[in-house]
Design a protein around this ligand. Structure first.
Ligand code: 3NM
Length: 207
């Protein structure tokens, strides 16, 4: 399920990545994405398995960035693909139809294409300026609103989202907000996660 606070990992700069992820989950993160641009590929499996176990314990969804084979090997719930990371069909061949495939998009056209190709959710970003990913473009909140009107599958807003901005992205139609620095670089990741996760409650319909 892709809904609520979606936390993406930063590098394991201090050997405490698993502890930060555990804290984010305690704070209310519902999805964790393992994204590692530094560790050599053969060492990622161990880290991915550990994080998958933490998510399983609390019923959170675990997604692996870029690599469908790694997602399969660590029994992740799914994979997230960038625009250059291969097609949904290729990832489906590896992961089958039960697992989740997400695709990064920046325009309504890319969003519609991903939906047509069978993506389970799309990322839309960067919604706000971010220093975390250099090669992203700012698409802004208006694009998010347009994409919301165009597609039915869940939308994950990403890029520069923090506790001050989460509500605007949720109001614009994001089902989930993905953050790296707002949680992973906070000295109190659990509290940071809680403050963002709670913002989804304001949008729950009355029973
Ligand atoms: N993808 P932060 S922006 C991983 O626009 C990533 O597709 C983006 O980090 C995109 O929450 C981004 O620290 C970085 O801004 C998000």
């Amino acid at each position: 399920m892709i809904k609520g606070l979606y936390v993406i990992t930063d590098s394991d700069r201090d050997g405490n990545l698993a502890a930060r992820v555990e804290a984010a989950l305690q704070g209310g993160a519902r999805v964790i994405q393992y994204r590692d641009k530094e560790l050599p590929a053969e060492r990622r499996i161990e880290a991915a398995r550990q994080l998958a176990g933490l998510c399983r314990k609390v019923g959170a969804t675990f997604i692996v960035n870029d690599d469908a084979n790694l997602a399969a090997a660590c029994e992740a719930d799914g994979v997230h693909l960038g625009q250059g990371d291969g097609t949904v069909a290729e990832a489906r061949k590896i992961l089958g139809h039960q697992r989740i495939i997400g695709v990064s998009t920046r325009t309504v056209e890319q969003a519609l294409k991903a939906e047509t190709q069978g993506a389970d959710y799309i990322g839309v970003g960067s919604i706000y300026p971010t220093g975390t990913k250099q090669d992203t473009e700012l698409v802004g909140i208006d694009t998010l609103k347009k994409v919301r009107r165009a597609v039915k599958i869940p939308i994950v807003a990403i890029g520069g989202i923090d506790r001050e901005r989460a509500d605007e992205a949720i109001t614009a139609g994001a089902d989930a907000v993905a953050v790296i620095s707002a949680v992973m670089a906070d000295p109190f990741p659990s509290l940071a996660a809680r403050e963002i996760a709670l913002q989804f409650n304001r949008h729950l319909p009355y029973p």
